[in-house]
Ligand binder design. Structure first.
Ligand code: MCF
Ligand code: ZN
Length: 335
């Protein structure tokens, strides 16, 4: 491996705030393989010969994700996974992390079962805070291609457990199916329960999808949102309203939203005044870490430590956490 310059080493090691990761999507392939072996479940199709996750394109990625998730059966499995994810993130300098968690994979949308899974997820978060110094929160997420009816069960789970740890509600999945407004009932229920809102938009569909996410669902953050760059008026609107983009450049390049890092619009959006943040999405799937994202951004766009510090502060300001926690994160970033 090429040695990093002093400046790049400094950038790589900066404290980071990560707002967009999917709980199961952060599972190392070896972790999933180990559970599959323990439980004697054959998910060999999920892996390449070299042991990495195998997928051809976005739609295939979604089905491989779901297949990998079938080995995560008990609350205890989710606790073990949580500890593994948070330890890895902390080793990349992440001091605060938000994860999408889905009742669909944790009890199938049943509120009482969800409470058991959530208790295990929270135990992992508490232990990781104690042992690795990383603070975390959960965003309950409905899955777009599972449809609006199933999303209502996720929203109910979210509303019933809204509090110190579950602080947001969101939507991921196949953006090419249905419309944002089909999920209004669920987003309204979550909003009424006091949850903060985000949704994946403008990853596969263009600017109109981002506009609909803001106008129809009233979200304050957008997962990805990068294709907003194709509409100058929308870019101005996002900047003016301070709508935060949870940008995951490595994910976009691997899934083929953009052919390479140079073509990625994160720098254009940032220069236009849109609040951009940086995340890994599903790091082992996309062969990335927060350190890799930082180094690639510095190499591609010439960003210096000041740009990354600005981004970390903007991320802390956009975090779905209480004000005391936000102050603590901001203090850690300054230190
Ligand atoms: O951000 C990436 C790609 N775009 C859309 N959705 C997802 C991504 N990673 C995971 N997801 C979805 C997927 O449907 O989120 C769900 C998965 O089943 C998990 S949410 C805990
Ligand atoms: Zn995502």
């Amino acid at each position: 491996m090429k040695e990093l310059s002093e400046e790049l080493t400094h950038i790589r090691d900066l404290p980071k705030v990560e707002l967009h990761t999917h709980y199961e999507g952060a599972a190392p392939p070896a972790f999933i393989r180990g559970l599959a072996k323990e439980k004697k479940i054959d998910i060999s199709k999920v892996f390449n010969a070299d042991g990495s996750y195998a997928f051809r394109d976005f739609v295939h990625f979604l089905s491989v994700y779901e297949a990998a998730t079938t080995v995560l059966k008990s609350p205890e499995d989710f606790k073990r996974l949580g500890l593994a994810i948070l330890e890895e993130a902390a080793s990349n300098g992440v001091i605060y992390m938000e994860s999408f968690v889905s009742p669909d994979f944790c009890g199938g949308g049943d509120v009482s079962a969800w409470r058991d899974y959530l208790a295990a997820i929270q135990e992992a978060a508490d232990e990781a805070k104690r042992d690795f110094g990383i603070t975390s929160r959960g965003i309950v997420t409905c899955i777009r291609h599972f449809g609006p009816e199933q999303a209502k069960t996720a929203a109910l789970c979210a509303a019933e457990t809204a509090g110190d740890f579950i602080t947001g509600f969101g939507m991921g999945g196949d953006e090419n199916q249905g419309a944002q407004r089909d999920f209004l009932y669920s987003f309204d229920m979550a909003r009424e329960a006091g949850l903060r809102l985000t949704t994946h938009a403008g990853e596969w569909r263009g600017p109109s999808e981002v506009r609909e996410a803001v106008q129809d669902l009233g979200v304050e953050r957008i997962g990805h949102g990068v294709r907003a760059v194709e509409d100058a008026a929308l870019v101005d609107e996002l900047a003016e309203k301070g709508i935060v983009l949870e940008v995951c450049p490595g994910s976009n390049v691997v899934l083929g939203v953009y052919p390479d890092w140079k073509s990625h619009p994160i720098d254009t959006l940032r220069r236009a005044g849109v609040p951009v943040t940086v995340s890994t999405d599903d790091p082992p799937f996309f062969h990335t870490t927060m350190r890799d994202e930082y180094v690639n951004l510095a190499n591609t766009f010439g960003w210096d430590a000041e740009v990354f510090s600005d981004i970390a502060r903007a991320s802390a300001k956009a975090a779905f956490c209480d004000e005391k926690t936000r102050t603590e994160i901001l203090e850690k970033l300054e230190a």
